[in-house]
Design a protein around this ligand. Structure first.
Ligand code: ADP
Length: 192
């Protein structure tokens, strides 16, 4: 089973993605984590990525797609994956479709975690106070949210057209959101 999550920063997407992966034995593929790990390893790639992460702008598609391709190749033998943070642009969505065809895999379901701009901003500012992630400053948060709404939110239509989009109301507790996700996943496994 291959699952994709869409949703703005602060929607709880990462939390739910990791939980789905844990519960169903799927590989968690979080682009933010992959990028931050590359920066931490330093070297040329890390140095190249860092300015994008620090400013909250998107890493160029070509580089992002190459990183994801490597990772999905690695996960070839697992029963499936949960993608979090990729694709974020229409070009990345097209690249993912092509990559999946190459790997002879398909996406089974795409969740869109829906939260208002106010709630996601509020949650991010709270996380900034508590965790101090370097890209959680008010300016950079604003850039990331604006990029999401401009570049990524339109991808919901792409997956709606494929008949695999499920909208989830995200302004509820983590357990309530997860329960709804589980119901949808069980329907997928029944259909398969
Ligand atoms: P958030 O979704 O809260 O912005 P992430 O941890 O998912 O945080 O991503 C952190 C940063 O990594 C982004 O601001 C961006 O610079 C880079 N990044 C992550 N995923 C992608 C992607 N699919 N395409 C381009 N850049 C990405």
């Amino acid at each position: 089973m291959n699952v994709l999550l869409l949703g703005p920063q602060g929607s709880g997407k990462g939390t739910q993605a990791k939980r789905i992966a844990g519960e169903y034995g799927l590989a968690y593929v979080g682009t933010g984590d992959i990028m931050r790990a590359a920066v931490a390893r330093d070297g040329d790639l890390g140095g190249h990525l860092r300015p994008y992460l620090d400013s909250g702008t998107l890493v160029p598609d070509e580089l992002t797609v190459a990183l994801i391709r490597d990772r999905l190749d690695d996960e070839d033998s697992t029963p499936g994956f949960v993608l979090d943070g990729f694709p974020r642009t229409m070009a990345q969505a097209d690249a993912l479709d092509a990559l999946l065809r190459e790997l002879d895999r398909t996406l089974d379901i795409v969740f869109e975690l829906q939260v208002s701009k106010e709630v996601s901003l509020e949650r991010l500012l709270k996380r900034a106070r508590e965790e101090g992630r370097s890209d959680d400053t008010p300016d950079v948060i604003e850039t990331r949210l604006a990029t999401y709404h401009r570049e990524t939110a339109p991808l919901a239509e792409h997956y709606r057209a494929q008949g695999i989009l499920v909208g989830i109301h995200g302004e509820r507790t983590i357990n309530e959101v997860f329960a709804e996700i589980q119901q949808a996943l069980e329907q997928v496994s029944v259909r398969r």
